[in-house]
Design a protein around this ligand. Structure first.
Ligand code: ACO
Length: 371
């Protein structure tokens, strides 16, 4: 089999309209704008409205990425949604997205690796393409962490925001795309960042809700120490795995959790901050969405260009951390034009008809209706 590469040919983002500033938070908890900016770098974050969810944001970002790549949802073989705020324990949010965009032949699953999820998902999709198992994949990081945050807990509510970002990956014989990746974990630090209840270990009960165990709980200092250690390490490992040197890298796009963590990593790597993409001041920590959101903005403002070598590096609950080194590509030439509005209309109609058929089958044949 000839060697194959997985290129990133489309990108898209979706952010809620509602902005919550640090000044807004001052009215909710004992905090202030100056503290939040100096300790985190965050000025404001986006919060999902009632009609928005992890799946709707993901579908919107995914369709935009398909529009850039000019790839139809029907051409997708795989959809991975990395998220820490899935709509349900099951079905997977990725399946809701598959239905919303009408990706008729795609497998779909969620990936849970907290804020490192997008980096893991990118690598897995790229490996599936490189091994000739699939041709086209949609990788989405989507979060509505605002719904898992205790808005009375100043340790956490100042940090997180909602949003989604997506990449389309496509196969090509041309050298480029995802060149190397690092995936690591250390479960001994699991309790440092955790949503204690709502899973099978501590089922939701009146008691867990009363104790607020369905909210994010975090040991900020420990997570901070861990993050500053692994971010530079993971970057160096991905660069070495691709037989490159730090001088060969044009951009680092880190998980957007804290300005001080990002600056510490850049310092350790002796990498100039002008070549590190940061947008956390406007979005806060959007977990798995943070890297693709930063990528989309770096493309929009003309910083990230085809041919550039980029390291995307993240850390998160688990504990997990990882990185992906890519040579940036852009859309493959094609005459096709994908129109998201039209795609949505047909996907909705298809979903409706399938539900109707399932109901009719049920009525006609009893419980043995087709899938
Ligand atoms: N406003 C004002 N004061 C505050 C606030 C606040 N929002 N939060 C804490 N403080 C106080 C503390 O009570 C403490 O007061 P004390 O000294 O009287 O005890 C003081 O400020 C310093 O608190 P620290 O926790 O030491 O502050 P630190 O400088 O470590 O900053 C922060 C806290 C921002 C949470 C930092 O530790 C951090 O960013 N950690 C990493 C968190 C992270 O990235 N989490 C996401 C991981 S990704 C994922 O998987 C979802």
């Amino acid at each position: 089999m000839s060697p194959r590469y997985a290129h990133i040919t489309g990108w898209g983002m979706a952010i809620p309209e509602k902005i919550v500033t640090n000044h807004d938070l001052e009215k909710m908890v004992d905090t202030n704008d100056e503290w939040i900016i100096s300790r985190t770098g965050i000025r404001e974050r986006r919060i999902a409205s009632d009609g928005q969810s992890t799946a709707t944001l993901a579908a919107e970002a995914g369709l935009r990425a398909l529009e850039v790549a000019n790839l139809r949802p029907a051409d997708l073989d795989l959809i991975i949604v990395s998220t820490s705020s899935p709509e349900y324990l099951f079905p997977a949010t990725a399946c809701l997205v598959q239905d919303q965009i009408g990706a008729v032949k795609a497998g779909a699953f969620d990936l849970s690796a907290a804020c490192t999820g997008f980096v893991y998902a990118l690598n897995l999709a790229a490996q599936a393409i490189r091994s000739h198992s699939i041709e086209n994949a949609l990788v989405i990081g989507s979060e509505t962490l605002s719904r898992l945050v205790n808005w009375k807990d100043r340790n956490t509510c100042i940090l997180f925001g909602d949003g989604a970002g997506a990449f389309v990956l496509q196969a090509s014989e041309e050298v480029g795309g995802v060149l190397s990746a690092v995936m690591r974990s250390d479960g001994s630090g699991g309790e440092l960042l955790v949503v204690p209840a709502g899973g099978s270990r501590h089922l939701t009960s009146l008691q867990t809700v009363y104790e607020g165990q369905h909210y994010i709980q975090m040991n900020g200092r420990e997570v901070f120490r861990f993050a500053t250690r692994v971010m530079s390490q993971a970057t160096q490992e991905a660069v070495a795995a691709a037989n490159l040197k730090m001088e060969d890298i044009q951009w680092i796009i880190p998980h957007q959790a804290n300005q001080r963590i990002i600056e510490a990593a850049a310092r350790n790597l002796e990498f100039p901050m002008e070549r590190v993409i940061v947008n956390l001041d406007r979005y806060g920590n959007t977990s798995t969405a943070s890297i693709p959101l930063a990528v989309c903005e770096a493309i929009q403002d003309g910083r990230l260009k085809p041919g550039d070598r980029v390291v995307m590096v993240a850390f998160g609950a688990g504990l997990t951390w990882g990185s992906v080194l890519t040579q940036w590509t852009g859309p493959f030439p094609t005459r096709r034009k994908v129109r998201p509005k039209r795609v949505r209309f047909w996907a909705r109609l298809r979903s409706l008809l399938r539900r109707l058929r399932r109901r009719l089958d049920g009525l006609l044949w009893g419980r043995g209706g087709t899938a």
